[in-house]
Design a binder for this molecule. Structure first.
Ligand code: SF4
Length: 196
């Protein structure tokens, strides 16, 4: 199905489908966020750089997390993708929009008691980079026990890396909000209205 909101100024959604009214509302909200960020983009270079650092950090994290998941998820009696409610938070979306990445076509949160809508027969259908941070950083009790059994409570400095990324996500959000606020209260060279 054609992506209803595709265009240079709009985000592209994955997969390209509009879906239900609720999903369309999500897509429209993301279009509004994208427009706002694009409008202030000349002020957001630092935030974009932080988003790139976050992405690199997540790429480094993924290898170790995936190794852990390969050893636990298939045997899990209560998969967290079924029992937990997760969602894309504002910082997830900020990073995706700042980096002009594909945006998931819907929010992850399903109704209470329903499995995550992105869960497929072979696990999460979302590419790693598109998953909610709360999924990416989650180390379940079975994985913690496994790490302890291996005698390596934190094999790749996972905890430190997760805290570092948490901090960077906070910095990125703070930077965006501060820049947009400043852009709105002071004359700016990129706003045609203010140039007159
Ligand atoms: S987004 Fe993916 S990893 Fe996160 S709960 Fe849903 S299926 Fe699981």
């Amino acid at each position: 199905m054609e992506n209803a909101f595709h265009g240079d100024f709009f985000p592209r959604f994955w997969p390209e489908t509009a879906g239900s009214a609720r999903n369309r509302q999500w897509q429209q909200s993301n279009c509004a966020l994208k427009r706002l960020l694009n409008h202030h983009r000349p002020l957001l270079e630092k935030a974009v750089a932080t988003a790139e650092t976050i992405r690199r950090g997540i790429d480094e994290l993924i290898h170790a997390m995936e190794a852990l998941r390969r050893r636990t998820c298939r045997f899990c009696p209560e998969p967290c993708c079924i029992t937990n409610t997760v969602w894309f938070d504002f910082r997830d979306l900020l990073a995706m929009h700042l980096l002009d990445e594909l945006i998931p076509f819907r929010q992850a949160a399903a109704e209470s008691g329903e499995p995550c809508p992105f869960l497929g027969h072979h696990g999460c259908r979302l590419p790693w980079r598109m998953r909610p941070w709360m999924c990416l950083k989650y180390i379940c009790p079975a994985q913690r026990a496994l790490m302890k059994k291996d005698g390596r409570p934190d094999p790749a400095g996972l905890g430190d890396q997760i805290i570092k990324i948490e901090d960077q996500r906070f910095q990125m959000e703070t930077e965006v909000i501060a820049r947009i606020r400043r852009g709105r209260t002071s004359p700016s060279s990129f706003s045609p209205a203010w140039r007159q």
